[in-house]
Design a protein around this ligand. Structure first.
Ligand code: NAD
Length: 371
């Protein structure tokens, strides 16, 4: 039986436990008891994830005397909107959700972001439990307390900082995940290694083939746990992203901009982060921070990750324009996260527009054809 890892995460107003294991969804009733989840329980999920895991989850809870309501949201990034959040809240209110209740999000990052946002504003905040079922949501979206929805002007522009009371990651749920979604989550783990832990980066690279291509799920427990620990450390030090937490955006400034330029649904979030890390790594080397040897190493790793993307007609000016949305969020300054060396990152404000365009061009050159 593979081990279950439990990580204690502390934040400004409390702490919670994050469990990572195989086949641990059956322990949910006990975990809910630990957090005194006594009121009504609303499960927010989408049709696909509900078909995969909803029945077993509800039956396990029912057997423990916990009655649930399930609210289905449509599948896809384009539904991560204020309008969807309002519909979910209307359904929860109509179904008798109370302030003492608990919201469980069951799904990928779209669901944990949207459901977390709803939990943070419904009745001015109710208990939140995340059950992330994609690798990306496990290592990133469900850890750290950022919730939100998209606006037509850009991703995640509306949201809140709202911490869950419990996070349960069952690696067995990853079995049904699309290969592109596995790669997407793997990219976020690589990012954690690149910015915080060189040894972890080396481990992920050494195990790339096994992680992405072999069957079995126990292999995920150790690497997911380490990624969550690293993210939790950063969030504990700077929950509201005043300073240190910005480093988590390594690869995201250009990644988000490429995602917006290509259009939601064209590229996975983590795939965009791979492209963004390439651009930010290239910049780190150009401004004289990341050594040539380490840039060669990083770029070699990134281009090896299998992503079916060809950028031959990517509009470089449009990508640069799209980076400016992040500027509004950060007091008129575009904080680029650059690497000093593999395993250490720092933010740098106001990179010249020309350099940003050149970085996008470097990305475009590296992915001009589908591998
Ligand atoms: N809050 C944060 O800190 C944070 C961090 C990173 C990303 N995000 C957000 O996360 C979102 C991306 O998350 P994602 O990549 O998980 O996308 P997603 O939620 O759209 O999930 C990807 C696809 O996988 C399906 N799915 C989910 N679990 C599955 C399973 N076990 N088996 C088969 N299919 C499954 C989903 O229905 C969906 O079709 C973006 O909106 C991004 O902005 C948030």
């Amino acid at each position: 039986m593979p081990e279950t890892n439990t990580i204690n995460v502390t934040h400004q107003t409390g702490k919670y436990m994050l469990h990572v294991g195989a086949d641990i969804l059956s322990d949910l009733p006990k975990f809910l008891e630990d957090i005194d989840a006594v009121g009504p329980v609303g499960i927010i999920t989408n049709g696909k994830v509900n078909d995969l895991f909803g029945t077993a989850l509800r039956e396990g809870l029912k057997a423990a005397g916990i009655v649930t309501r399930t609210i289905l949201i449509p599948d896809g990034e384009k539904f991560k909107t204020l309008a969807s959040a309002e519909q979910v809240m209307s359904a929860l209110i109509a179904q008798g959700m109370e302030r003492s209740g608990t919201i469980i999000t069951l799904g990928g990052g779209v669901t944990t972001d949207l459901g977390g946002f709803v939990a943070s504003i419904l009745y001015r905040g109710i208990k939140l439990v995340h059950i992330p079922t994609t690798l990306l949501a496990m290592v990133d979206a469900a850890v750290g307390g950022k919730t939100g929805v998209n606006h037509v002007s850009g991703k995640n522009l509306i949201g809140s900082f709202y911490q869950p009371e419990l996070v349960v990651m069952d690696v067995n749920t990853l079995t049904s995940l699309d290969q592109r979604d596995l790669v997407s989550g793997y990219a976020e783990m690589l990012k954690m290694g690149a910015i915080r832990d060189r040894e972890y980066l080396d481990l992920l690279v050494a195990r790339m083939d096994e992680l992405l291509n072999s069957s079995g799920t126990a292999k995920w427990i150790q690497v997911i746990s380490r990624s969550c620990e690293l993210k939790a450390e950063v969030v504990e030090a700077d929950e509201k992203e005043v300073d240190l937490r910005r480093i988590l955006n390594f690869g995201h400034t250009l990644g988000h901009a490429i995602e917006t330029t290509l259009g939601y649904g064209q590229i996975r979030h983590g795939e965009a982060v791979i492209l963004g890390m390439y651009g930010a790594g290239w910049l780190s080397n150009q401004v004289g921070q990341l050594s040539q040897a380490e840039w060669d190493e990083l770029s070699g790793i990134l281009v090896k990750i299998p992503i079916p993307i060809a950028l031959y007609d990517l509009d470089i000016d449009a990508v640069e324009q799209a980076t400016r949305v992040d500027k509004k969020v950060a007091n008129s300054k575009l904080h680029f996260v650059l690497l000093k060396e593999l395993g250490t990152a720092e933010t740098q404000a106001d990179i010249p527009v020309l350099m940003i365009k050149l970085a996008v061009e470097a990305v475009k050159r590296a992915w001009k054809e589908t591998p």
